[in-house]
Each structure stands twice: as structure tokens, then as C-alpha cells.
Design a binder for this molecule. Structure first.
Ligand code: PRP
Length: 180
């Protein structure tokens, strides 16, 4: 089993590149079946989701689609109607589009909760969520439950395959769990 060290922490390989490929394939097959006759717009949430998104969209079968990117602030105000801050704003019109938000990980669900409300307000026809990783035990927003999940985990800290530790190690080809 491969291990890495980052900023004094040890991490062990949890999902190998071939484990990840199988998970991506499973998600891609489900999306391909569901969107065969649609033209979805993939909205990739930067930065973490870029690796998963690149693999996912290339694994789709016969899905005519568009791909765009956003980056939002994880800052959350005092009320649940707090404004979503776009650091990289949505470049594409989502009105009347079938949107698929792509994430690397859904944790509390706050980001997805906010983004879904935004898509709805902008007139999206439908909004679903595809994520490589999902922490069901941490979910605080029921409407943020992802539709397509590569792999579930509990509350471990994971890095690699897009997921960072203070901005680093996103480029690892596997997903590593911190060693307790
Ligand atoms: C991570 C992840 C999701 C969000 C999930 O992004 O990519 O967008 O947190 O957490 P939540 O479900 O509790 O909202 P982060 O803010 O770390 O930015 P990054 O993608 O640039 O690493």
C-alpha cells in the first residue's frame, strides 16, 4: 500500500487509480442512461472537482453535453438565506437546462444546498449532483444528497484526485486517507 507524508501527517492509499476508474465508470454509466436524450450542462465546482470531472465526462456514452466551471466561496453568513459568493461566476445560462453539478466531495452539503437554490432561481429545468465522494454522516442539508456517488466514506480526512491539503497534493492519482 502506498503512503505519503504531507505537512507532518501520514496518509495511506485508500482508492487506487483502478478503484477510482471503476467508480467513475459506474457513475458515467448511470448518467449516460439517464441523460441519453437530453443535453445536460455540467457545472464543475472548482477547484477540487476538476480531476473527477475530466474523467467523468470522457467516460460518458452518447451524451451530448456542455461543460462549464464555477468557484464559490465556502463562507456562510448568519442566515440560511445568505448570499452565495461566486469567485468564478457561472458563465453559462442555466435557464431551461438540465444541470449536473460536479463535485469532488459532498460533506455538510452546504455548497450544494446553496448551488441548487441558485440553479432553481436561475430557471434550471432540473439540477442533479454527481460527486466522487460523499460523507452521508456529515450531511446537514437533505436537499444536498447527491444523485450520483463514486464512493461513500465516514469522517476521514482524504486527499488526492483533486482533493487538497492546504492547496497541495491535488495531483495525486489515488485517494489517500489520513493515518490515525
Ligand atoms: C470542498 C468541496 C466542496 C465543498 C464540500 O471545497 O470541493 O465544494 O468543500 O463541503 P460542504 O459539503 O460542507 O459544502 P473547498 O471549499 O475545500 O474548495 P476546493 O474545491 O477548492 O478544495
Amino acid at each position: 500500500m502506498r503512503t505519503i507524508e504531507e505537512q507532518g501527517y501520514r496518509f495511506e492509499e485508500w482508492l487506487t487509480p483502478s478503484d477510482i476508474a471503476a467508480d467513475v465508470q459506474q457513475v458515467a454509466e448511470r448518467i449516460s442512461a439517464d441523460y441519453k436524450d437530453k443535453e445536460p450542462l455540467f457545472v464543475v465546482v472548482l477547484n477540487g472537482a476538476f480531476v473527477f470531472a475530466a474523467d467523468l465526462v470522457r467516460a460518458l456514452k452518447d451524451v451530448r453535453c456542455e461543460i462549464t466551471f464555477i468557484r464559490v466561496s465556502s463562507y456562510w453568513g448568519m442566515s440560511s438565506t445568505g448570499k452565495l459568493e461566486f469567485i468564478v461566476p457561472l458563465q453559462q445560462v442555466v435557464e431551461n437546462r438540465d444541470v449536473i453539478i460536479v463535485e469532488d466531495i459532498v460533506d455538510t452539503g452546504l455548497t450544494i444546498h446553496q448551488l441548487k437554490a441558485h440553479m432553481r432561481a436561475q430557471g434550471a429545468l432540473s439540477t442533479r449532483v454527481a460527486t466522487m465522494l460523499f460523507k452521508p454522516n456529515k450531511l446537514e442539508y437533505e436537499d444536498a444528497k447527491p444523485d450520483y456517488v463514486g464512493r461513500e466514506l465516514t469522517d476521514e480526512f482524504v486527499v488526492g484526485y483533486g482533493l487538497d491539503f492546504d492547496g497541495f497534493v491535488r495531483n495525486l492519482d489515488a485517494i489517500y486517507k489520513v493515518k490515525q
